[in-house]
Design a protein around this ligand. Structure first.
Ligand code: C5P
Length: 233
C-alpha cells in the first residue's frame, strides 16, 4: 500500500511490538512467546491472509472475483486465542491452525496479498487487534504500514538456505516426504513476490532493529528480543 492512500493517523497509546520478515525466520514462534511473556494480545497477520485463502478455496470463490474476496476480507470471522495449550486460530469458531500451513495456502495467500484492495480491506481488521494492555504482531508490513508508531519494531532475517533447511527438517519430522531443493525454490518465489510487490512490500522499517537469526537458536533470539523489550517497553 503506498503511503499516499493509507491512513497513517494514529491515535492510540496502546503499545505495539511488531515483528516482520520473510517466512521461516521464526517470527510466529517468537511473537507468541513475547505476547505470553508480557500477557499481551497477539496477531499473526499472515494467518489473516492464509484464512482468506482458505475461505476462498472452501467457498469456491473464483480468484479473479476480487469484489467478493474484498467483502469477505473485511468481515473475516477470525480470532486468536490461547487455549488447549496452544495459540488457536479460530475461523468461524473452528480451530484451523493445522489447515493453514500447506504450501498451496501460502502460495494463494501471497497472491491475494499482492492486491491493493485486499490489503485495504484487511487494514482496519488488523488495527482493531490493538487492545490494552498491548499487542505483539508478526507479518511483513506491521512496522511499516499497519502500526508505523509501534513502540518496538523487530525485523528478523535469515538466509534462504537456512530457512529452507529449517522448514525441511520441520516437515520431515512431521513425516512428510519433501525435497529440500523444492522448498528452497518455493520459498525464494514467495520472497520475491512479497518483496517486489508495489503495495506494502516486505522491507524492514527504517527504525526497526534487524536480527540475523541464521546462526542463532530460537532461545537466543528470544533472549535478545526480551532485552530490547525490557529497555524500551
Ligand atoms: O507469514 P505467513 O507466511 O503466514 O504469510 C503468508 C503470506 O501472507 C505471505 O507470503 C505474504 O504474502 C502475506 N502477508 C502479507 N503481509 C503480512 C503478512 C502476510 O502480505 N503482514
Amino acid at each position: 500500500m503506498s503511503s499516499e492512500n493509507i491512513d497513517n493517523t494514529v491515535s492510540s497509546n496502546i503499545p505495539v511490538i511488531t515483528i516482520d520478515g520473510p517466512s521461516g525466520t521464526g517470527k510466529g514462534t517468537l511473537g507468541r512467546q513475547v505476547a505470553r511473556y508480557l500477557n499481551w494480545h497477539f496477531l499473526d497477520s499472515g494467518a489473516l491472509y492464509r484464512i482468506l485463502a482458505l475461505a476462498v478455496l472452501d467457498r469456491k470463490i473464483p480468484q479473479d472475483d476480487l469484489h467478493t474476496i474484498e467483502a469477505l476480507a473485511e468481515k473475516l470471522p477470525v480470532e486468536f486465542e490461547f487455549g488447549n495449550d496452544h495459540w488457536q486460530v479460530l475461523f468461524e469458531g473452528r480451530d484451523v491452525v493445522s489447515e493453514l500451513h500447506t504450501e498451496a495456502i501460502g502460495h494463494l495467500a501471497s497472491q491475494l496479498a499482492a492486491n491493493k484492495e485486499v490489503r485495504r480491506a484487511l487494514l482496519a481488521r488488523q488495527r482493531a487487534f490493538r487492545e490494552a494492555p498491548g499487542l505483539v504482531t508478526d507479518g511483513r508490513d506491521m512496522g511499516t504500514v499497519i502500526f508505523p508508531d509501534a513502540t518496538l519494531k523487530i525485523y528478523l532475517y535469515a538466509s534462504p538456505e537456512v530457512r529452507a533447511e529449517r522448514r525441511y527438517r520441520q516437515l520431515k519430522a512431521g513425516g512428510l516426504d519433501v525435497k529440500l531443493s523444492q522448498i528452497l525454490q518455493e520459498l525464494a518465489a514467495r520472497d520475491e513476490r512479497d518483496s517486489q510487490r508495489l503495495i506494502a512490500p516486505m522491507v524492514a522499517a527504517t527504525d526497526a532493529v534487524t536480527i540475523d537469526t541464521s546462526d542463532l537458536t530460537a532461545d537466543e533470539v528470544l533472549a535478545k528480543v526480551l532485552e530490547l523489550v525490557k529497555e524500551r517497553v
